[in-house]
Design a protein around this ligand. Structure first.
Ligand code: NAP
Length: 318
């Protein structure tokens, strides 16, 4: 029996590596398409010999997308930017997403899972949120059967949120509570998002639908900072930083190669990032979400003063 082949655009990223592992386990033959395949070879042992292959592809280039989809019966579109570097939000979230959906439609591929984000809204102030919404529209216009997944904050061993703030807490006596730390999040485990991708591909009733993916609990930004500090066994001052002041700081911070904060993120932080009450969710894909508390200890231990063997006494740290 011939194995079914899927192209995973952006398969070398944070979510990509977990999606590739889950898809390989589910029996797919995988073509990982990204701009730097040499940085993706670490994925090879996640499948059987020959199960995971690589193709150089920039989704902003229609011919490269067309070639990357050859021979596949399904695709996952993951590329996304937190801040523009060398390519714009528009390039990746709108033009790139459109290219993938249009090429899939031309090649008769009906199974496409497209990664967007909670908060995608063409009326939003943030360019990230605006372009995510424009991308969804382009994808559905080209391929109405495409499935859109909108995660809240995604957490897992290589995440850019908990790792970043735990790293900051290691060197700084103060952690900023942007906008007072009231913004609410519903962090979702990267393994659950990967499982959602696999489930959506197999469910005919998922075609054309949009799912919002969140974990079992919502937390304020302040509660998330407290969680990080408890987990790494450090006491730090949590200092409220009004949005206006955060924007002023972000104006300069965003010049760094991997900025802690950008102006666009400050705009995003003005709105809660939680699953809408009427949205289809992980439960509709048959997935029970994992808690943050179950996973953080598995990877934040490296930020503890004595690493894995730190003698944590959480009560004393509260
Ligand atoms: N992480 C979160 O908390 C979160 C939350 C909500 C939504 N999302 C969405 O989930 C998706 C995956 O996020 P992630 O955190 O896994 O991102 P990531 O770690 O930054 O990975 C991005 C991937 O896309 C590839 N890529 C970037 N530009 C590309 C281009 N022009 N053409 C082809 N490939 C390109 C990158 O590889 P190369 O650089 O080699 O091309 C990399 O493999 C994104 O759409 C993101 O917006 C993430």
């Amino acid at each position: 029996m011939e194995t079914k082949q899927i192209t995973v655009f952006g398969g070398s990223g944070f979510l990509g590596r977990h999606a590739v592992r889950a898809l390989a386990k589910a029996g797919w033959r995988i073509k990982v398409a990204c701009r730097h395949p040499n940085r993706a070879f670490f994925l090879r042992p996640l499948g059987q010999v020959g199960q995971i292959g690589f193709v150089k592809c920039d989704i902003t280039e229609p011919e490269q997308v067309e070639a990357a989809l050859q021979g596949s019966i399904a695709a996952v579109n993951l590329p996304g930017l937190l801040f523009p570097r060398g390519q714009s939000f528009e390039d990746v979230h709108v033009t790139g997403a459109g290219n993938v959906a249009e090429a899939a439609a031309r090649q008769g591929i009906r199974k496409l899972v497209h990664l967007s984000a909670i908060g995608a809204d063409s009326e939003a102030q943030s360019r990230y949120a605006q372009t995510k919404a424009e991308g969804e529209k382009r994808v559905h216009a080209a391929l109405p059967a495409a499935i859109v997944l909108r995660p809240s904050l995604v957490f897992g061993p290589e995440d850019q949120f908990f790792n970043k703030f735990a790293g900051l807490a290691r060197i700084s006596p103060v952690l900023p509570l942007i906008g007072g730390g009231h913004t609410r999040f519903q962090p979702v485990f990267v393994g659950d998002v990967a499982a959602a991708i696999c489930a959506a591909l197999e469910m005919p009733q998922a075609q054309g639908k949009t799912y919002e993916l969140g974990g079992p609990t919502t937390y304020s930004f302040k509660e998330l900072m407290q969680l990080v500090l408890r987990e790494i066994g450090r006491k730090r001052i949590l200092a409220p930083l009004p949005f206006a002041l955060a924007a002023f700081k972000a104006f300069f911070l965003q010049l760094a190669p991997n900025p802690l904060l950008t102006l666009d993120q400050v705009k995003l932080l003005r709105h809660d990032n939680v699953v809408a009450p009427t949205a289809l969710t992980l439960a509709d894909l048959g997935i029970t979400p994992t808690t943050v508390e179950a996973e953080l200890p598995a990877y934040l231990w490296r930020f503890r003063a004595k690493g894995e063997y730190a003698d944590l006494v959480p009560e004393k740290l509260n």
